[in-house]
Design a protein around this ligand. Sequence first.
Ligand code: ZN
Length: 359
Amino acid sequence: MKHLYLLLSILILSCSSEHSTQETDTKSKLESKTKLEDNNIIIRSKVTSGASLSSILRKYNVEHSQILLISEQKEIEFNFNNLQLDKKYEIILDQDSLICSFVYYNKPNDYYGVEFSNPISFFSNQKIIDLKQEDTLITMKEDNITSDLKNFLMGKFDPKSHPEFDVLDKKYHNKSVMYLHKLTIAAFLKMREAAEKDGISLTIVSGTRNFYAQKSIWERKYKKYKEEGLTDKEVIQKIMLWSSMPSTSRHHWGTDIDINGFDKYFDGTNKKANKEYEWLTKNATKFGFCQVYSEKKTGGRSTGYNEEKWHWSYMPIANQLLEDYRKLITYSDITGFSASNFAEELNIIEEFVFGIKCD
Ligand SMILES: [Zn+2]
């Protein structure tokens, strides 16, 4: 999966004003959201195959005219709009998110760039950042990469503005609006088409739920069960029969979907549901999907949620994210909702995040 992504480092420097080609009224969201330390900030975005420069830069409020300037450049023989996997790009912005320069590393010692000085200049194989500055940047890069990814893993982002997410056409789901990872959508549509040929119809009944959506489910159930007189630990155990703790749900990632119904629909008595489930167990893996919450049994999956015949995970992406989760998330990160302090005592990460069947 790693090679389906490339690392895009966006370096935000305090560029001197003569590098900016135009003024903007749009104040960068980043400036208010992110703490500027020594005016240098580095943000990482994951870029999926086929992503365009504009789709990546949109969330940083980069002016469309600036993107056009780079993508329509004539002097250098490559297409900036055609970002390539496993290649490194650096985009240097000022604090108003105007591009100061764009550098494309073809090979480690071979790079091309555009500098937005006046007039715009193109260059290659030149050193554009002095070594001292670069050293600082590399150190900071690690920190920012980590916090960006950690927030994503715990669902602390808005799928509406995430460049790797897309809205799913209404005809494929039953919610008012649904967002998923673009690659999950592509894989699901292929699977759905194949199912249709076999007379099976697949509809997504739940897609991405970020931390805040999961928190609202959590708090509603927490309040209800507390009113019934349960202790915090009992409440958590009861909620977690069917719902995730915020920060620990695979639904945060845009890789996991619930198909056609939930526990009552797939209770074994519904012939239509049985046929659909049979089709999925036979075919879903061909499209990258796996039933992560399989039957619990000795010698198999023994911890975590009960069996969920409706919950399918797009493994090519989810596997990598689970690995990242293993490396980066600890119990000190699981906060911000009722009874979150019991997560460690109840082994939530080990049992519920890692308690899955597929790998
Ligand atoms: Zn689910």
